[in-house]
Ligand binder design. Sequence first.
Ligand code: SIN
Length: 260
Amino acid sequence: MTKPIGAVVSGVALNEPLSNKVVDELHSALMEHQVLFFRNQPMDHESHERLGRYFGELAGHSGVGGIEGHPNVVKIHADADSKFVAGEDWHMDLSEDPEPPMGSILYLHTVPPVGGDTLFASMYAAYDALSPAMKAFIDPLTAVHDSNHIYRELFPDVDKKYPTNTHPLVRTHPVTKRKCLFFSKSKIIRINGLTKPEGEALRDFLAHHCENPNFQVRFRWEPHSIAFWDNRCTQHFATWDYFPETRSGYRVSVAGDKPY
Ligand code: SIN
């Protein structure tokens, strides 16, 4: 793990009902470390959904939808036939939604022998590392988050309009009250109040800034591992360096609030 982000949690079976005390401890650990990792947690869809519900209502996926019979469970899968994988760029899940998820719980049952790591970056650490002058400049700004450019390329024959929403570029976390960048590199298409070149330059600067390894943790998956991230203060990146091997599992997201 690293100082700014990430913790491995052991001694809990997430596929069993959890006591209020354990849920509170997990929630506190998530608030502190932003992403929690668990090993050896075989999980069926019902247990996965129950685990998510301990932390709030489940959130559907406005882009790809869920699996049959479980509308809030999203399949995450890549193999030798895949032309793309989900999340292979820095992003916050569904930041284009009016109320992006507070968190996501990803369970992988099948992983390649090597590769397929997920990288997580702390948006607290990224914000804290900016100069006072840059903080003062970006604090009042808002950005437009959109996923049409992503899904239209992936699913050109689907006649669907995906969400577009404006959110602050810097948000206050509703629980910790800490400020963080609300920055989703692959989703931000415009920064309001700036000219196009100014907005693009700021977006590119922040994207580069957020990729500083000092803000990151990198998770090496094993079969039946789980990652549970706070989507309000982290970005993540799914590497695809294992083609043609198979990497497979499911994700459940927990509903969030409107960033402010
Ligand atoms: C995602 O939720 O973006 C996918 C992450 C991953 O597959 O590691």
